[in-house]
Design a protein around this ligand. Structure first.
Ligand SMILES: [Zn+2]
Length: 82
């Protein structure tokens, strides 16, 4: 179980230093739901979005099946119009 937690932290979005790049905050929930729980491969329920800096969002998710919590990190990369 500990090893799985460690792997989850090392994967994309698992830590502040490794945010997943998205084009807008609107797609964040879909990205979280598409990830399987690291413990049981169940689906996550998306909780609160937190702003952790310019363009940086942390999302608290919780597995619907086993209840394991997970925080996922995203960086919003805006496509600037010319
Ligand atoms: Zn689970």
């Amino acid at each position: 179980m500990r090893d799985r937690e460690k792997l989850a932290t090392l994967s994309a979005g698992g830590a502040r230093e490794r945010p997943i790049a998205v084009e807008s905050s609107a797609v964040i929930e879909g990205r979280v739901r598409a990830m399987p729980c690291v413990q049981c491969e169940g689906a996550y329920r998306v909780g609160e979005h937190r702003s952790e800096g310019p363009g940086l969002r942390a999302v608290d998710a919780k597995c619907d099946r086993c209840g394991a919590p997970r925080t996922l990190w995203f960086r919003i990369v805006e496509n600037e119009p010319n």
